[in-house]
Ligand binder design. Structure first.
Ligand SMILES: Cc1cc2nc3c(=O)[nH]c(=O)nc-3n(C[C@H](O)[C@H](O)[C@H](O)COP(=O)(O)OP(=O)(O)OC[C@H]3O[C@@H](n4cnc5c(N)ncnc54)[C@H](O)[C@@H]3O)c2cc1C
Ligand code: FES
Length: 256
């Protein structure tokens, strides 16, 4: 797939909580097709100490407005600088990078996101709804403050929530939620993105129920274009780059 580099204009900087924000970014030319699971490498021009681009999943795309959005957690200098962007400022993106989630073989899919790992699931749920699949979205977080914009997913499927402390939805980890405990065999495909232990737990449940499972890895990246090899992951077919051959992997192929 062809890659592009464009200066986007910030059309909205939505501070969701103290830790999370979403940027709406307007493209100066017609947006190319963007697939769920793909990401952008963002040049953090307003941070003097952030030299390398930072990778972020493409959260949503609105072709009618020629905009895409990013959902971001503040974890360091780069993301903190991005959170300070003002409407009208520009942000340089290389995109769309990486592979994408596959289409389910059956009619019902479960999408699982932990914290900001929910980001690639919005575009995925939108696409699955458009293609006529039944979609359940399970959002997990440590507390209610880590459950990000759950209402956005209701247009595309049923939304379920878990928090570690029980402050929202069912108490416990995502794999303890009743959609897993009671109904997991209904799904023909599971997708997950979030902290490694969460994705491993989801992959184990999927494997024990013989359900295909894809996870989106958030390995540390530098170049984002297959040159530096800093994002390599071990698979049964040898080492693969997360930026080119991922970030989405079939869990059966990963050595985890
Ligand atoms: C394909 C891909 C998609 C991603 N999508 C999103 C997204 O949609 N939203 C989002 O908020 N983040 C996403 N990330 C993670 C994001 O790239 C990092 O949080 C960001 O690069 C941190 O930059 P920083 O300069 O703020 O932090 P740094 O100063 O670089 O690091 C600060 C702290 O964050 C940790 N950190 C850095 N990178 C990561 C990472 N990849 N995962 C976990 N911890 C990290 C560092 O170890 C350090 O402790 C994604 C990563 C990848 C590879
Ligand atoms: S980030 Fe450089 S090879 Fe993947």
């Amino acid at each position: 797939m062809k890659k592009f580099i464009h200066d986007f204009e910030v059309s909205l900087n939505n501070q969701i909580t103290d830790d999370y924000f979403a940027l709406n970014l307007k493209c100066p030319v017609s947006l190319p097709p963007i697939l769920p699971g793909q990401f952008a490498e963002v040049l953090v021009g307003n941070s003097a100490v952030t030299y390398l681009r930072r990778p972020f999943s493409i959260y949503d795309v609105d072709y009618s407005k020629n905009e895409l959005s990013l959902l971001i957690k503040k974890v360091g200098n780069g993301t903190l600088a991005l959170s300070n962007l003002k409407v009208g400022e520009t942000l340089n993106l290389v995109y769309p990078l990486g592979n994408s989630f596959s289409i389910p073989k059956g009619e019902k899919a479960l999408l699982v996101g932990g914290g900001v790992g929910i980001a690639p699931m919005l575009l995925l749920s939108r696409m699955l709804k458009e293609k006529g699949f039944q979609t359940d979205v399970l959002i997990g977080g440590r507390t209610k403050n880590d459950i990000l914009e759950p209402d956005k997913y209701s247009a595309f499927g049923n939304v379920y929530i878990t928090t570690d402390d029980g402050s929202m939805g069912e108490k416990g980890m995502v794999t303890q939620h009743s959609v897993f405990a009671e109904n997991v065999s209904e799904y023909s495909q599971i997708y997950a993105c979030g902290p490694d232990p969460m994705m491993k737990a989801v992959a184990r449940v999927a494997a024990s129920n013989n359900i295909p499972c894809e996870i989106s890895l958030e390995n540390t990246m530098a170049c984002g274009i297959g040159a530096c090899l800093c994002c390599v992951v071990e698979t049964v077919d040898g080492n693969k780059t997360t930026c080119i051959e991922g970030p989405v992997f079939d869990t059966k192929k990963l050595v985890i």
